[in-house]
Design a protein around this ligand. Structure first.
Ligand code: NI
Length: 174
């Protein structure tokens, strides 16, 4: 059966691409919840190796990047002309903030709130505002629309990592 899509008379190919992106961003919290179901708090803290994130570290990382990375970047691109946006070092934050001692379920809740706030802004702004740009360290000039693409790719990377980790935890630990 064909999925039912909302028909919008004013839709354009560009709007459709953005709509697709926003729907993907909206699915991430649901995917994450699905990936942690059945795992205990102690399983979620297990690291397969020193340089891989545990489930808890992944969730804390996604939360902080959403709040201190994407939320700040979206707001600054909208408020300033071509702001210079610093990169965030996820590995350093994980160590400094001792992610693995934090609550995974709280991190996921906080991520969900921040994600829905970001989606609210991205879905409410005018089409021309999606072309507004900032300069992201290590990436270069980036439009708001491209930033949403970067968010989606970042989600995708961590979801794939969590899928492998979840399978491994369910097979190798209790
Ligand atoms: Ni990351």
């Amino acid at each position: 059966m064909k999925p039912i899509e909302r028909i919008d008379d004013k839709s354009t190919p560009q709007r459709d691409a953005v709509g697709h992106l926003l729907r993907a961003l909206r699915r991430t919290p649901v995917e994450l919840e699905r990936l942690v179901v059945g795992l205990s708090e102690s399983q979620m803290r297990i690291k397969r190796s020193a340089d891989e994130f545990s489930v808890t570290e992944n969730l804390c990382h996604l939360r902080d990047i959403e709040i201190e990375g994407y939320k700040v970047r979206i707001e600054r691109i909208l408020a300033e002309d071509g702001p210079r946006l610093p990169d965030l070092d996820g590995g350093r934050l994980a160590a400094e903030r001792d992610y693995n001692t934090q609550s995974a379920s709280q991190a996921l809740k906080d991520f969900e709130v921040a994600r829905s706030e970001n989606l609210f802004i991205l879905s409410e702004i005018q089409k021309h505002q999606l072309a507004r740009e900032g300069h992201l360290d290590g990436v270069g000039t980036i439009s708001l629309e491209r930033l949403a693409g970067v968010m989606q790719e970042h989600d995708e990377g961590h979801i794939s990592e969590l899928k492998v980790l979840q399978r491994w935890l369910l097979t190798n630990t209790e």
